[in-house]
Design a protein around this ligand. Structure first.
Ligand SMILES: Cc1cc2nc3c(=O)[nH]c(=O)nc-3n(C[C@H](O)[C@H](O)[C@H](O)COP(=O)(O)OP(=O)(O)OC[C@H]3O[C@@H](n4cnc5c(N)ncnc54)[C@H](O)[C@@H]3O)c2cc1C
Length: 508
């Protein structure tokens, strides 16, 4: 039985949400995987009288599609379990006729796509970045008959994954061509399909009282605090949600004992949207200038004006900055062990970085791959002792300290790396299939260099109320010189900066 009692009890409540009969159209032979698909679809059909099953021919098999009269093209090739269980639930209820919970504007943009598009998305069931992409492309498929989408579970189609050279998931192919790799929201995928929003729509925007730059916990908090004062508030974000979107589970947001990072990102957006905040997602700030008003230029060419600005651009994973790293990104150089770890099953990998995130990654990977080599630049690992103890108990991990990784090598994909023991000139080669880089974060402030006071770690210098050296410009969260980089700290500093900005507006 694939759908055990636990999974059945998770799925059953959603069966009440089915609005119309749906058909599982199955293409599965007698192979082991074919039998699994057959068994799984039998068990799904037994959950509701509104679900029936029949045979069909599908391009990618074994697989099943979920269809209703007038709605087709949504296919699961493999079992949508693990992190994809939600994708299955949403597909069932949305194909049955329940409208997707997305803005009308997006629905219209999707329906306006006239070209015929087929997407294949390769996923791993432990990838927390994959469901958003699968669900976005499924929603497009349901809304537009020109679009179809097949989710392909990499574990079931390992030979195919290797043949295509996929080393990072989700990996999306559009009409057979590589289209996208990694996490993406529906808005991001739509923008990639239809092209970026023109800067014309920004030309008419009146100046804001407060313009927040950044849509993570700090920016969301700053925008809500500003809007609650009844002042004109705007928020631009390269990717709304920020680092929580990279986080599996959060257990230290006080008052919320556990929440998945992606869910927190959604809740931040819903909360911001409860207020009249002009939320401009997928927009990158590239320049800040203090004139009569403060002007923020965007990558799309538009310029927004505001009386006060709150910078909350957070941080991103630090790159190694060595030859081969950029060339082999998603071709063996990876940053997300949860997502991409299963693709290295049975192979040798390295983890660069001996801090908490590096050692957690090494422990996770040791359960999936043949062998893990940890490379740490300092003479000792920096991770908590409890993690080091766990690492030391694993038999397929080697730890190298006091070493410098010099180069990542490969042909089409990573084949190894070169390192040196610090102080020595001898280059040592390791043969590997994957390199996971986990060497900490850097603040997203490069666009502010020379404009605003930064510390030598490139963090924005702030005072007690979040004010920077430029009058009217405030900052909050991980992009600042705050000592602790945490969600709750960022939310608090976003609130502080917003109240500081409001006070500034009253006095000026
Ligand atoms: C893997 C991982 C796990 C973590 N786990 C936890 C945890 O369990 N608990 C915890 O408290 N903290 C955790 N953290 C830390 C926490 O996520 C951060 O401290 C917090 O998200 C910082 O919030 P922020 O708003 O300052 O920045 P971010 O979350 O980084 O958000 C920055 C925002 O600014 C946008 N942006 C960046 N540059 C620009 C630009 N030029 N123009 C426009 N927008 C821009 C980004 O797209 C994003 O929307 C974790 C971090 C990581 C990476």
């Amino acid at each position: 039985m694939i759908l055990d009692e636990n999974l059945r009890s998770q799925l059953l409540p959603y069966m009440d949400l089915l609005e119309n009969p749906i058909i599982l159209k199955v293409d599965a032979d007698d192979s082991e995987n074919g039998q699994k698909i057959n068994e799984f679809t039998d068990e799904l059909a037994s959950l509701s009288d509104l679900i029936s099953k029949e045979k069909t021919n599908l391009n990618h098999k074994p697989a099943f599609s979920i269809e209703r009269e007038g709605v087709s093209g949504l296919v699961f090739s493999g079992l949508p379990l693990g992190h994809e269980l939600n994708s299955l639930v949403l597909a069932l209820v949305q194909v049955s006729g329940r409208p997707p919970r997305i803005e009308q504007e997006l629905i219209e943009q999707i329906k306006a796509i006239k070209t015929s598009l087929h997407f294949d998305t390769y996923v791993s069931l432990t990838c927390h970045n994959c469901p958003d992409v699968v669900q976005a492309l499924n929603t497009m498929t349901i809304l537009n008959p020109n679009i179809s989408h097949t989710m392909i579970e990499g574990g079931m189609f390992q030979a195919e994954v290797e043949a295509k050279g996929i080393m990072a998931v989700p990996a999306v192919f559009k009409n057979g061509e590589e289209f996208h790799s990694g996490r993406a929201s529906l808005e991001e995928l739509l923008e990639k399909i239809t092209g970026p929003e023109s800067s014309d729509s920004f030309a008419e925007k009146e100046p804001y009282d407060v313009l927040v730059v950044g849509g993570g916990p700090a920016g969301a908090s700053a925008a809500i605090y500003a809007a609650r004062k009844g002042i004109r508030t705007g928020l631009i974000a390269e990717r709304f949600g920020g680092q929580p979107l990279e986080t599996l589970g959060i257990e230290n947001l006080i008052g919320t004992p556990y929440i998945e990072g992606v869910q927190l990102g959604r809740q931040l957006e819903e909360h911001v949207k409860k207020y009249p905040v002009d939320l401009m997602n997928l927009q990158k700030a590239v320049k800040l200038e203090k004139k009569d008003l403060i002007e923020v230029s965007l990558a799309n060419g538009a310029t927004l004006k505001s009386k006060a600005v709150i910078l909350s651009t957070g941080a991103r994973w630090r790159d190694l900055g060595i030859p081969g790293e950029q060339r082999f990104k998603n071709k063996g150089v990876a940053y997300c062990p949860h997502c991409d770890g299963p693709l290295f099953s049975g192979k040798d990998v390295a983890v660069i970085g001996g801090g908490n995130s590096g050692i957690e990654a090494a422990i996770d990977l040791a359960g999936l791959v043949n062998h893990v080599t940890v490379l740490e630049f300092l003479p000792e690992l920096k991770a908590d002792k409890i993690l080091q103890k766990k690492l030391a108990s694993l038999t397929n991990v080697t730890v190298l300290t006091n070493v410098e990784t010099k180069e990542i090598l490969g042909d089409e994909q990573v084949t190894g790396l070169n390192y040196q023991v610090r102080g020595s000139k001898e280059t040592i080669h390791l043969e590997l299939a994957g390199v996971f880089v986990l060497i900490g974060l850097v603040p997203n402030t490069q666009w502010l260099e020379g404009t605003i006071d930064l510390t030598d770690r490139h963090e924005i210098v702030t005072d007690k109320v979040g004010a920077t050296n430029i009058p009217g410009v405030f900052a909050a969260g991980d992009c600042t010189d705050t000592v602790y980089k945490q969600i709750i700290v960022s939310m608090g500093s976003g609130a502080t900066a917003s109240l500081g900005a409001f006070d500034y507006l009253i006095r000026n």
